[in-house]
Design a protein around this ligand. Structure first.
Ligand code: AMP
Length: 541
């Protein structure tokens, strides 16, 4: 038996390390471009050299294997360099969510035990505010778009560009165990302090390959390929910008990093750099739509994955009419993140059928084992109706919450990662998330989906945005409250009549008619632009 597994002395058992993602793109297309805000351009060859320079600069500062290096920056070529250089020297990249409150940022820096922080000069005042309470950080490196004198009480070890300039442009990145931790960051949950998740080299490489396999095997639309031009519109601190910077680099496409998100700048970059592939949360699309430059923009070459929250049908229809190839993706901080994509294989679908499929949560990626289960972990029927919790196994799920045994055990109860999402799956494998477990509205014992009701109300022509929450009710236990931002004048009766139309067609349960409507000026959002239902409940109930 042992004979069968013998190997030679010199065989190389290739570890799945992030450095290996760089071999082919740099070798095949060294002149391909990486662009920052339309202002600076780097070739892949230069990018590779800058990764080496950064590795040398960090090593010279004393960063060693196992250290944690935090980054606080807008989406930039520098951030992409950190995505590679920091894990490639065996350190852990902590992508700090700069949209959290100062207290939460302080908590994450101390909890992750950051050793060094690379900080954009814009966030130095924030560091000044919390520095007295930061535990372990040994050095701060400042990041600037253009070098100028800075006055700050933060003791800086140097400026990024200057340190790179004097560093050597080659580095012999070592091999090590592929299970070494590569990244860490914190969930943006709305309850309690953020929870840390973490991913290994192996997990990030497999996530890159798995997501790319799904994207590149798409039958009809939503395909990512070598001629695409990629620009993230999900921040790089949020779940590795959904892993796409690794995928884009691996494929060797032109990449565009937009800096701090401003709608006019994003639209200008899409146009000038001929961006063909992006991803974002629905809120960002709202921002883009409201910019004056939007109307004249040709989006017929733009593919965009919408995730982080369900895509409202009204929004999908509007972008399809603009020519964009818009479709859903799903995942969470705990899952690296991508688990599903809503791609279409069939030809000759009506616009309504297209919109329905694109707004579904999608089908599982290769290697992803998704189950929809009841409270006893029994699978519910794949009939497109029966709902249960979505639980999952995949090679790229966080194995625990950082230093949090109790929550880790709850997360992985029964050997599957519990997403806390309620979903159904149809016979073709399309999953639809109908709610978060904690957001489901329980009307007289029946579970009513807040997302479905939001979806219906969102397509009313006078509605700009809507959030539905459950409000306590003596008779029913709970009934839905729709918080509505309007585009033009409309009454609550008109909205309820619109809901009635869907109930009459059998598309919504009649319990939905218990909805009450409240007009509001805005819908509160979390740090990553999702509806903050906890805050909405606090404010409006
Ligand atoms: P986060 O960890 O902040 O990325 O949030 C993850 C959560 O966002 C998931 O558990 C879902 O509740 C929600 N989510 C992400 N993508 C989708 C989607 N396509 N449709 C509905 N909900 C989504």
């Amino acid at each position: 038996m042992t004979d069968l597994i013998q190997k030679t002395q010199s065989a190389y058992s290739y570890p799945l390390l992030i450095k290996n993602l760089l071999y082919s793109p740099v070798a095949d297309n060294p002149q391909q471009q990486i662009i920052y805000r339309g202002e600076q351009t780097f070739s892949y060859q230069e990018f590779r050299q800058r990764v080496c320079r950064l590795a040398n600069a960090l090593s010279a500062l004393g960063v060693k294997r196992g250290d944690t290096v935090a980054v606080m920056d807008w989406d930039s070529h520098r951030y992409l360099e950190c995505f590679f250089a920091i894990p490639m020297i065996g350190a852990v990249l902590h992508t700090v969510n700069i949209k959290l409150s100062p207290e939460q940022i302080l908590y994450t820096i101390n909890h992750a035990e950051d050793d060094y922080i690379l900080v954009n000069e814009e966030f130095l005042p924030l560091i000044e505010q919390i520095r007295g309470r930061i535990d372990m950080v040994k050095g701060y490196m400042v990041l600037q778009d253009s070098p100028k004198e800075i006055s700050t009480s933060v003791p800086l070890v140097g400026e990024y560009e200057k340190l790179l300039e004097t560093a050597d442009d080659s580095f012999d990145f070592p091999d090590f165990d592929e299970n070494t931790r590569a990244t860490t960051f914190y969930t943006t949950g709305t309850t309690g302090m953020p929870k840390g998740v973490f991913f290994s080299h192996r997990q990030l490489v497999l996530h890159t390959l798995g997501t790319l396999a799904a994207l590149s095997s798409a039958g009809k639309q939503g395909r990512f390929h070598k001629n695409d031009v990629y620009m993230p519109i999900t921040p790089m601190f949020h779940v590795h910008a959904w892993g796409f910077p690794y995928i884009a680099t691996f494929v060797g496409v032109k990449q565009v990093y937009p800096g701090k998100y401003a709608p006019a700048k994003l639209l200008q970059l899409i146009k000038d750099e001929e961006v063909t592939f992006s991803h974002c949360v629905p809120t960002i699309l709202h921002m883009l739509m409201n910019d004056p430059a939007f109307n004249d923009l040709d989006l017929s070459n733009w593919k965009v994955v919408i995730g982080g929250a369900a895509m409202p049908k009204g929004l999908c229809r509007l972008f399809l009419q603009k020519g964009a190839d818009i479709f859903s993706g799903y995942g969470m901080s705990e899952t690296c993140p991508v688990l599903t994509l809503a791609q279409i294989d069939e030809e000759d679908l009506s616009e309504d059928q297209e919109v329905n499929l694109r707004c579904k949560t999608g089908r599982s990626l290769p290697l992803v084992d998704i189950r929809i289960v009841d409270n006893d972990m029994n699978d519910v029927k794949n009939d497109g109706n029966a709902v249960g919790e979505l639980v999952v196994r995949a090679p790229w799920l966080t194995q625990a919450y950082l230093k949090d045994k109790r929550n880790s055990e709850v997360l992985w109860e029964g050997g599957y990662l519990h997403t806390g999402d309620v979903a159904n799956r149809d016979a073709r494998g399309y999953i639809s998330i109908t709610d978060r477990i904690k957001d489901v509205i329980k009307i007289g014992g029946e579970w009513v989906s807040s997302l479905e009701l939001e979806d219906v109300i969102s397509v009313h022509e006078s509605v700009s945005e809507v959030a539905v929450i459950g409000s306590p009710d003596d008779k029913w236990g709970e009934r839905p409250l729709a918080l509505v931002v309007t585009k033009n004048e409309v009454t609550d009766k008109e909205i309820i009549k619109h809901v009635q139309g869907f109930v009459d067609k059998g598309l919504l349960t009649k319990q939905a008619l218990l909805v009450r409507v409240k007009f509001v000026g805005e819908i509160d959002k979390t740090s990553v632009g999702k509806m903050n239902k906890k805050l909405l409940r606090e404010k409006h109930l």
